[in-house]
Design a protein around this ligand. Sequence first.
Ligand code: FAD
Ligand code: FES
Length: 275
Amino acid sequence: MFKIVTKRALNDAVFLMSVEAPFIAKKAQPGQFIILRVDEKGERVPFTIADYDREKGTVTVIIQIVGKTTEQLSKLSEGDTILDFVGPLGVPTHIEEGTKSVCVIGGGVGCAIAYPQAKALFNRGIDTTVIAGFRNKDIVILEDEFKAACTDLIITTDDGSYGKQGFVTTALEELIQSGKKFDEVIAIGPVPMMKFVCSVTKKYDIKTIVSLNPVMIDGTGMCGGCRVTVGGETKYACVDGPDFDGHLVNFDELMSRNSTYREQEHACRMMAQAK
Ligand SMILES: Cc1cc2nc3c(=O)[nH]c(=O)nc-3n(C[C@H](O)[C@H](O)[C@H](O)COP(=O)(O)OP(=O)(O)OC[C@H]3O[C@@H](n4cnc5c(N)ncnc54)[C@H](O)[C@@H]3O)c2cc1C
Ligand code: FES
């Protein structure tokens, strides 16, 4: 059993949870994730390790309520326990030697995944620009945390209610056109956002890493659930990723595979809400 030691809302649909998991906290690195199961009938669901405290033995995850399990998790309180909490899984984010300047782009709850990556780069002395994009002001998360973990922070909102109006891709292209040089761009968020970031960076020939979010089940490379096509080859996001070269990812296939269970997911959420 894994005890929830801290829980707090970041906005109406996103909350942060620190869980007592000393063995995971000891080994966790940016870019890795955990798979949890709320109870013995629970689905196995993956969440990125947003932060960890090796001394306290805690691992922090940031969760957006989108369906049955995330709804169930949102109803747990500090002191409650989760049955299974497994990790760290996946390949840690790799930063090439000699990297001087990186732009980390987060979209919505993707910022939860972008945050540990920005923090790790910044702590290594790399010039780190963060572009964090949201639909509107009400759902902006992690602003203070990002401010402490990057060189420059640009917040964009689709409706202009906070920060700069427009999409993350517009802010990125403006920076590039103003002469800012990036050795690498890291983009994490909804699949269409990552796809559009990649089409911008391809024009300017900037290496781009994306963090993929296919449906995962075992998280050990055995079930095939998380298969994605990268550079024409089949890869398993749980063991080969979740980070991949964005210019080689087949995003259309990923979007199509991610919508396979939409009807069942909707029915499950309706049942969970009715309880
Ligand atoms: C490596 C990885 C890291 C992730 N990190 C985060 C994170 O830090 N914060 C966060 O809020 N979300 C994260 N996600 C997404 C998160 O796993 C899903 O939102 C969650 O599984 C939804 O479960 P549900 O029962 O609430 O919703 P459902 O109604 O079951 O599904 C809603 C959506 O979540 C996706 N999903 C459902 N089941 C799974 C599954 N087993 N594996 C992956 N995706 C699934 C579906 O494609 C669907 O679009 C991550 C996904 C991956 C693969
Ligand atoms: S989750 Fe089963 S192979 Fe990746």
